[in-house]
Design a protein around this ligand. Structure first.
Ligand code: HAM
Length: 416
């Protein structure tokens, strides 16, 4: 039996890359005073229908939903933002302080056509900053993604930003866009034809060359955006310039989730081919109120960890953590007892230790220690036991040291 299409096992050799990313992220985000939050993987289906938007691809085509035994409509979360806002409202976190800064990581589920960098179960690392509407927060949130990506060595980045204004602005623009595109209906790609009536703004994202050519002369969303949003955007650009974060303004960037307003942004890379968006985010000032909470502006982003890993593995090689000690012993019960005692003691001293469990000869066991690239091999043979000693072999220098079988001596020799 194999894993389900679009899902992947993360094998031990790959875990070191995950740990590297997770460590870097938790450290960087803790320094910026973001605290981790974990919400359930399953939520009420309605949360995403109301939060992400009924006409979005995510809700329309990609959700894993089912009825549970209590006849509830349940969905495996396709993204993290809706669950975090639900939690924020449910626990009335808004009553504590003026703003909340969260970060999260976890599995998300979307029924998409799998390909490199696109899975049905994938993982996101994200931040959400709830409570304040100020372009300085937008710049802070964007700079966190930028700092994180560059700190792990990803330099081939392009940050695209846009303002998508208010819901009303977009309604007005949609009407203009549809009017314009209807003339070219026959020339549009089939996906865009389908979107024309349901979700015309998504046509701006089309990767089809012909559709893009038609869009080049289409009306601009920016022209419909209200003055406040435009001003917010201008100030954001001032902050990004001050932080020396390079960006390009992409007036066609609209994002695929309905909850956004004003700032929208994506970090793309030239190194990944088709699935080139590493990070996507934006402002969602109305979501919390729409889900029944108080008026709370918010902004956040999420990075696709699998995409990040595809890139990271092209750039860095992380070695397996070296074993400090490999214990080998003769096969008598007496020697095995001594070896398990030593194994336990060394573990408690924070020394990375393993023990040969086979019944082969000491020579073969020592060979295995070399193969495992342990720093030391600790030998407990019949001779050693008789003399109350152990042999500590330094596998880097090949020097043997016979020491009294006292823990402190062994530890001192290993740690020096
Ligand atoms: P999103 O653009 O749908 O935004 O997803 C964010 C990132 O998740 C994408 O840029 C991509 O790297 C990764 N991603 C999405 N789908 C897949 C997939 N099928 N396989 C692998 N990676 C994938 C959101 O999810 C928003 N919740 C982000 C946000 C947070 N906005 C505000 N706060």
């Amino acid at each position: 039996m194999n894993s389900l299409r679009g899902t992947c096992d993360i094998l031990p050799d790959e875990m070191k890359y995950w740990h590297f990313i997770e460590k870097k992220a938790s450290c960087l985000l803790a320094n910026a005073n973001y605290t981790e939050i974990r919400t359930p993987i399953i939520e009420q289906k309605e949360l995403f229908a109301r939060g992400v938007g009924l006409e979005t691809d995510i809700v329309n085509k990609e959700m894993y939903s089912f009825e549970d035994q209590g006849k509830r409509q349940i969905t495996l979360r396709p993204e993290g933002t809706a669950g975090i806002t639900r939690s924020f409202i449910e626990h009335k976190l808004y009553s504590d302080k003026p703003s909340y800064k969260f970060w999260y990581k976890g599995a998300m589920f979307r029924y998409e056509r799998p390909q490199s960098g696109r899975q049905r179960q994938f993982h996101q690392l994200g931040v959400e900053c709830l409570g304040i509407k100020d372009a300085r927060i937008d710049a802070e949130v964007i700079s966190l993604a930028y700092n994180f990506l560059t700190s792990i060595g990803i330099k081939e980045l392009s940050l695209e930003i846009n303002t998508i204004g208010s819901k009303l602005d977009r309604k007005k623009y949609e009407a203009k866009l549809v009017n314009y595109l209807q003339v070219y209906y026959q020339e549009l790609d089939s996906d865009s034809q389908k979107r024309l009536n349901k979700n015309p703004l998504r046509i701006l994202d089309s990767k089809n060359r012909n559709t893009q050519k038609i869009l080049n002369k289409a009306p601009l969303l920016f022209d419909e955006v209200n003055d406040n949003s435009k001003q917010h955007f201008e100030i954001l650009c001032i902050y990004l310039n001050a932080l020396k974060i390079p960006y390009v303004i992409n007036y066609k960037l609209v994002r695929g989730l309905d909850y956004y307003n004003d700032t929208a942004f994506e970090f793309k890379t030239s190194l990944l081919g088709g699935q080139d968006t590493l990070c996507g985010g934006g402002r969602y000032d109305n979501l919390i109120e729409e889900l029944g909470g108080p008026n709370t502006p918010a902004i956040g982003w999420a990075i696709g960890i699998e995409r990040l890993l595809l890139l990271l593995k092209q750039k860095i090689h992380i070695n397996n953590e070296q074993l400090d000690v490999y214990i080998v012993s003769d096969n008598s019960i007496r020697c095995k007892v001594e070896s398990i005692i030593m194994f336990n003691k060394l573990r408690h001293e924070n020394i990375k230790v393993d023990m040969d469990q086979t019944n082969s000869t000491i020579r073969k066991k020592i060979k295995r220690a070399y193969k495992l690239q342990s720093r030391y091999c600790l030998i407990i043979g019949e001779e050693e036991i008789k003399k109350g000693k152990i042999t500590l072999k330094n596998l880097t220098t090949n020097n043997d040291e016979t020491i009294n079988a006292h823990l402190e001596m062994a530890i001192n020799s290993i740690l020096t």
